[in-house]
Design a protein around this ligand. Structure first.
Ligand SMILES: Cc1cc2nc3c(=O)[nH]c(=O)nc-3n(C[C@H](O)[C@H](O)[C@H](O)COP(=O)(O)OP(=O)(O)OC[C@H]3O[C@@H](n4cnc5c(N)ncnc54)[C@H](O)[C@@H]3O)c2cc1C
Length: 374
């Protein structure tokens, strides 16, 4: 487990514009991961686009296995998907040359802002607006976004907002916003029980004016951009969880093979060894699902229901195995200095972020052809 540094001062590269209280963030860990070239894989011209995704997922898995903090790794997954992926795929040449090099080096930090207090799962009910001024060619963005991972340390946020042109609703679009722009206010949320070292915050946007060229994809096509990046966020974030789960299984085996009760090793009790075998079964299933998704990407096949299914299985398995590993340790598992309890708390968020598991099930149901609209 990496040691967490005290705080990232607002003047650090990538710090948000609020200048508010410093946010506890493992900036050294961020630097270690970015300096290792982990972000650069997504733009490696020696690799095909599908191999960039495959290699990035493999790196996330290694980082999870190595014991990097899960909050830090979620910040990394968000950075990779929210801005690097979306700008490389949907950005103008101007936007790419202005931002991508510093995003790849980790000097800039990316985030994406979809959620609002009244629009969680129901993304399309968002109230944030982007008003196009035909005369100036600029866009004015207004709204309030909540639960935004990386907001307190982000240099750039992809904001999703409903676009109005000449008074007409043109649908939701995605815009890159520099957090130092006038009209951007960032508030760091209190540290949450789950993923406490993943910086999270709110974004207040008041007449933030940006050029139209900072839009990603076509006007009104924001939900397509979101769909594309969320699939990548799920692959990266849950690959890290698979790495972590693999280490958890190994630690559980070592514990069961060393702790004695009733004159036997715990491993000799079938209910214990079967519980660890179940951890392996879930881990193997999740790994196979991610591998299948990566193969489908390579073959240009749709991955919608496969990503939804993998997200459900891996996040549920991560929580179940974290609880099981805690119980295996008996009282030691719940001692104040135990890492097992934090492991359970961190795993609790998995079924919620990147689209809740219930919403993923509605997606699968629709893809299976179930008449979900009545
Ligand atoms: C750690 C973390 C990081 C996050 N990072 C970001 C971020 O970077 N950017 C961002 O924009 N947001 C982020 N979020 C917010 C996240 O996207 C939302 O929490 C999520 O979309 C759910 O919205 P909600 O919390 O408002 O819950 P709600 O939508 O109110 O849902 C509450 C419950 O009702 C269920 N539910 C809702 N609608 C349905 C339905 N139609 N059918 C069945 N069940 C339903 C949900 O599954 C859930 O169990 C993050 C959240 C967490 C926990």
């Amino acid at each position: 487990m990496s040691s967490l540094t005290t705080s990232i001062p607002a003047t650090e590269p990538g710090a948000g514009s609020s200048g508010s209280a410093p946010y506890p963030f493992d900036y050294e860990g961020w630097k270690r991961i970015s300096d290792s070239g982990a972000f650069r894989i997504l733009a490696d011209s020696a690799l095909s686009s599908s191999h960039r995704i495959r290699d990035t997922a493999a790196r996330m898995r290694e980082l999870g296995y190595a014991g990097e903090d899960p909050g830090l790794l979620f910040a990394v997954a968000t950075h990779l998907a929210s801005t690097i992926t979306s700008i490389l795929r949907f950005g103008s040449p101007e936007l790419k040359s202005a931002l991508v090099p510093d995003l790849l080096s980790g000097h800039f930090v990316g985030a994406h802002a979809i959620t609002e207090t009244g629009a969680g799962s129901d993304v399309s009910s968002m109230q944030a607006t982007a008003t196009v001024d035909e005369a100036s060619g600029k866009v004015r963005v207004n709204g309030r976004k909540v639960f935004i991972t990386n907001a307190p340390i982000a240099s750039h946020v992809v904001v999703y907002a409903r676009t109005y042109r000449g008074g007409n609703d043109e649908g939701i679009s995605a815009y890159v916003i520099d957090t130092t722009c006038p009209g951007v206010a960032v508030t760091a949320n209190h540290i949450t029980a789950s993923l406490p070292h993943s910086p999270i915050g709110e974004l207040e946007l008041s007449d933030v004016t940006i050029p139209q060229s900072w839009r990603l994809g076509a006007e009104g096509a924001g939900l397509q951009v979101l769909d594309f990046v969320m699939k990548r966020e799920i692959i990266y974030a849950f690959s890290a969880d698979l790495g972590r789960a693999q280490k958890r299984i190994e630690d559980s085996v070592a514990f069961a093979n060393s702790r004695r009760q009733f004159n036997s090793l715990l491993a000799e009790f079938q209910s214990v060894s079967f519980a660890i075998a179940d951890m392996y079964v879930r881990h193997f299933a999740g790994t196979a699902m991610i591998n299948e998704i990566l193969s489908k990407i390579e073959n240009n096949q749709d991955i919608t229901k496969e990503v939804a299914a993998a997200k459900i299985l891996i996040s549920d398995a991560n929580l179940q195995t974290a609880i099981e590993a805690t119980h295996l340790r008996g009282a030691k598992g719940v001692q104040a200095d135990s890492t097992s309890v934090q492991d359970v708390l961190d795993a609790l968020a998995g079924p919620i972020y990147s689209g809740t598991n219930r919403i993923q099930k509605t997606r699968i149901a629709a893809m299976l052809g179930l008449l979900t609209d009545g």
